[in-house]
Design a binder for this molecule. Sequence first.
Ligand code: FAD
Length: 359
Amino acid sequence: ANRIRYKTKIAVIGAGQAGLSTAYHLKRRGLEAGRDFVVLDEAPRPGGAWQFRWPSLTLSTVNRIHDLPGMPFEETIATNATEVKASVAVPHYYELYEKKFGLQVYRPLKVEKVYWHNDRLHIDTSAALFSAQGLVNATGTWQNPYIPEYPGAALFEGEQLHTRDFKTADYFKGKHVIIVGAGISAIQLLNQISKVTTTTWVTRRPPEFREGPFDDAAGHNAVAMVEERVRKGLPPLSVVSVTGLPLSPTVLDMKKRGVLNRLPMFSEITKTGVKWADGREEKADVILWNTGFKGALSHLDAVLPREEGDGIVMAGSLATMVAKEPRIHLVGYGPSASTIGANRAGGAAARELMRELGL
Ligand code: FAD
């Protein structure tokens, strides 16, 4: 009851690519940071989810980090770019960015619950209560790892890990690892782990490898497809699940090493490993789920109108506006879940929300 209360016009939750881009555009459109809008972030330091990425993810193994508006990433990278850890370089970039534009991120401040009160949004955090007329949610997906359910999962005596738990391949030495998933993370971790121990790779559908580098057309189609889904209120798919995997030199080398022999999904998990529908079993010490992430939106349960099937109908020029509640935008969700998408979406959300609120 005696908690500090702050009144503002727009609250931005999350200071990753999506939140920072939004904040930049709110400021450029005349709002004052820390007064007319506030940016709240749970993480201890600048960097969004990039500060938590595994150490072997370098600028040469990420797809591409898109520039935030008004400041090129390139200029902030200190040394030989290819060997730089993404978990260092991107947070450094975001930190300089926040300072340059005076975005005043409040951290660490976890938003626990958002609800309506007298036609204002109340944003309840670990340290203070904020009230706002409108909200841009930019909380990403890192906090909400997805692991599909399989019978027997609770029986397994080995370890079950998710992509977000991965630190180094050495951890897996001497263990047999079942790697689940057909996305970029699955391939990257399979590559590293298979160099130090034995692995089995399982995927739901046969993975689709694409010749040539990731091109703009493939990316564009993937985004359009996800956008179409969310405009209908369907849950988004990951953008990668629709673009396929590039046949990179790493992938070709993995083929040569014989580690890309993909098996279909097992049908159950046992005490000691996994079992397929045909009765075949395999022992495992670790099951590593590279099965993706979903939007970290649980703090919005009270204010997000959900469809059957749990999707949210999205509207607005870049599908960031919650169709049934235009005072709430989701940036970095669905079609904008990439650094380039989040970047553009921040501009659209700032413009549309300010218009909606008459600011
Ligand atoms: P985030 O960077 O996740 O930021 C969200 C912020 O919200 C965090 O700082 C978090 O602390 C905060 N937050 C969350 N919940 C709360 C809460 N309740 N209260 C307060 N704060 C909260 N995209 C690319 O374009 N190129 C790539 O090469 C690429 N590589 C990737 C590699 C991996 C392993 C992964 C997992 C993703 C990759 N992506 C890549 C996707 C990309 O990371 C994201 O789409 C983009 O960076 C997300 O930005 P964001 O701002 O939406 O989220």
